[in-house]
Design a protein around this ligand. Structure first.
Ligand code: R5P
Length: 293
């Protein structure tokens, strides 16, 4: 029961202190709804504005690829060093303990395998993303692929429609098919198409002239790592991407295929969040490695 005999008039309304109306720390996200911003603030660290996403969704296309043979053994022990985990619903439910309490970017389209490359993907039900407490859903867009371009853009459009209803942000993943260009002109086009169609974050690849890709995209960009590189080269890739405007990485193989994944993800995080140069990050990697990490 309300205590009707104890209704006290408020006294301090801070009349000399205007309400702060500053924007939001992520580019292009100031006008999103509270729940969407809350979810994005779980993926991107508000203190740095950046993220280290650990991608392990590869199995839904590639099967049990190297470094992901046992997600419970390969990913769970290093998940603590990531800001966000990106995976598929089956593997998340099967292998990721909810007690990790890590934000999830849920791979939300399906329909392709490594055997047939790009296909006509479908988007999962938003209810399942909400059940998984997803902080974002990720959908691939195949700009320039004659067979799947329209369908995958429609998928993104649909994902944004259903995501917005529940305040779940959408990450647009720019696909790179076998015959697609991998340059700044292509990635600018693909990233911009994702953003214009409503993606709140875009995942693409680093390339020569990458600053053009980030500058022409109105929302944050994270880069995929791509094929496994020597550690220093992967750290250089992350450093250059951040230097040229990326808001983080969504890295998989360069972490989980490293001989020392826990050391590698901490080194990547050093670059993304702590301003380490690639050489300093490699030193951190080597120190952690020597410590048996
Ligand atoms: C690509 O569509 C997958 O979603 C991967 O998550 C992405 O490529 C990042 O992984 P990697 O760093 O291994 O390229």
């Amino acid at each position: 029961m309300a205590d009707l005999d104890d209704i006290r008039d408020g006294k301090d309304f801070g009349l000399d202190k205007p309400v702060q109306t500053e924007g939001y720390f992520l580019k292009g996200c100031s006008h999103l709804d509270w729940g969407t911003k809350d979810r994005l603030s779980r993926i991107f660290r508000p203190d740095t504005g950046r993220t280290v996403m650990l991608a392990f969704d590869h199995g839904f296309i590639m099967g049990p690829t190297s470094g992901l043979e046992r997600v419970d053994l390969n990913i769970v022990p290093i998940a603590q060093y990531a800001d966000c985990l990106m995976g598929c619903r089956g593997m998340i439910r099967a292998a990721i303990p909810p007690t990790l309490n890590k934000p999830i970017c849920l791979r939300a389209d399906a329909g392709s395998s490594i055997l047939t490359e790009l296909n006509h993907n479908v988007v999962i039900d938003i209810d399942d993303a909400v059940r998984l407490n997803a902080s974002a859903i990720a959908v691939m867009v195949a700009v320039g692929d004659p067979a799947t371009e329209a369908g995958t853009i429609a998928n993104l459009y649909h994902a944004v429609d259903i995501g917005q209803k529940s305040g779940v942000p959408v990450l647009g993943v720019t696909a790179v098919g076998k015959d697609m260009a991998r340059d700044a002109t292509y990635f600018s086009l693909a990233s911009r198409i994702c953003a214009e169609n409503g993606a709140n974050v875009v995942k693409t690849y680093f390339c020569e002239g990458f600053e053009k890709v980030t500058a022409s995209c109105p929302v944050p960009i994270v880069i995929a790592g791509g094929k496994k590189l020597p550690e220093l080269e992967a750290l250089e890739l992350a450093w250059k991407a951040i230097d040229q405007g990326a808001a983080g990485v969504d890295m998989g193989r360069n972490v989980f295929q490293s001989d020392h994944p826990a050391a590698m993800i901490q080194a990547v995080s050093g670059v993304v969040h702590d301003g380490l140069t690639p050489e300093q990050a490699l030193e951190l990697f080597d120190t952690l490695k020597a410590d048996g990490v």
